[in-house]
Design a protein around this ligand. Structure first.
Ligand code: 13P
Ligand code: SF4
Length: 331
């Protein structure tokens, strides 16, 4: 007879000093096993104060790395070290090149304050921390950029151009994409790296129009990784937790189409909730983690042969931590 993964996972969780963490985009069967759930900011905050020495993180690579940085003594395992496609769009050398392009456009390094979306590799967070910058997530990007602007500097925002542009639009600021032909670097407040999330790019203004025509009183709620044109015609924009709260607070009869990852939308109240796309918006990397992977990860702790442990060197931890802690200080 095969292994009953659910039963075994429960047994291992009871037997071991471990916390299982799951992001909202995880498959249902994995998500249901998590002790801590939340958006990227909540997961970072909660892991920092969690008392168990072991964390098994069901999510994508940058999330496990962030736990290791803010709580370096913890042993962090990931059932799958799947790399967020957006985080993969920038590394240390692309970051340096971007700073050089800005300098060539006439803005000195001292006049740049970098902010990296948490969806980035730890090496990028370290570069940002070293330059005096901060991390942000989708739920606190406005607050963090407001704090950054107090420095009087221009904000270099990496890697998600959409989040950077959306925040600029909300705050009535000017943004541009670094490296794009004709981009007005000197005249802009927020200088965005040209990265994006392919899952959230699936949602289009046509999708919004389709639903509005079909159900004239429908609400449209989207994640800020969506294109600014989509955000502009939506009723609500927010992080995964903020989207859940918004949808839950609507009258049950109120129709709502949600623009974010499929697993989360599918888990929301079923009636009158629609996926804002005709193509299933699944995040391939978030979907890599299976129940079996979670079981194997926990079992490897019991067997004292941990698999997929996250390691970050001391210097990278030091600088990336500066950037993460500057974010966590902001309430
Ligand atoms: P949240 O911070 O909103 O959970 O988003 C994480 C993410 O990867 C969205 O694509
Ligand atoms: Fe990365 Fe997009 Fe997947 Fe979020 S949905 S983890 S940004 S690829």
């Amino acid at each position: 007879m095969g292994i009953d993964y659910r039963k075994e996972i429960e047994r291992l969780k009871d037997a071991l000093p471990v916390t299982v963490v799951g992001h909202y985009y995880q498959r249902d069967e994995v998500f249901e096993m998590a002790d801590i759930i939340g958006d990227s900011l909540e997961l970072a905050r909660r892991c920092k104060v969690d008392e168990n020495p072991w964390v098994v993180f069901c999510g994508v690579g940058f999330m496990g790395q962030s736990v290791k940085v803010i709580a370096p003594k913890k042993r962090v395992l990931m059932p799958k070290v799947a790399c967020c496609a957006m985080a993969r769009m920038i590394d240390g050398s692309y970051y340096d090149e971007t700073v050089e392009i800005i300098e060539k456009a006439g803005v000195s390094r001292e006049d740049i304050l970098p902010i990296t979306y948490i969806n980035s590799d730890v090496s990028v967070k370290a570069k940002v921390g070293k330059m005096g910058g901060m991390v942000c997530t989708s739920s606190n990007a406005v607050k963090i950029i407001e704090k950054g602007l107090l420095s009087g500097k221009k904000i270099l925002f990496v890697p998600d151009r959409c989040l950077g542009q959306n925040v600029a639009n909300m705050m009535g600021l000017k943004s541009c994409i670094v490296g794009e032909e004709g981009s007005d670097i000197k005249g802009s407040d927020i200088l965005c790296f040209n990265g994006f999330c392919s899952v959230h790019q699936l949602f289009s203004v046509d999708d919004v129009n389709f639903y509005r025509q079909k159900y004239p009183d429908i609400k449209i709620a989207v994640h800020p990784e969506c294109d600014p044109k989509v955000v502009e015609v939506s009723d609500f924009v927010g992080s995964t937790s903020q989207l859940i709260k918004y949808v839950n607070e609507l009258d049950i009869e109120q129709k709502v189409a949600v623009g974010t990852e499929y697993n989360l939308v599918n888990r929301m109240r079923k009636r009158n909730t629609y996926v804002l796309s005709s193509t299933k918006p699944e995040c391939p990397t978030m979907n890599e983690t299976t129940l079996k992977d979670l079981y194997l990860s926990l079992k490897s702790i019991e067997d004292e042969a941990p698999i997929n442990e996250i390691f970050v060197d001391d210097e990278t931890v030091y600088y990336a931590r500066l950037a993460l802690e500057r974010m966590l200080e902001v309430k």
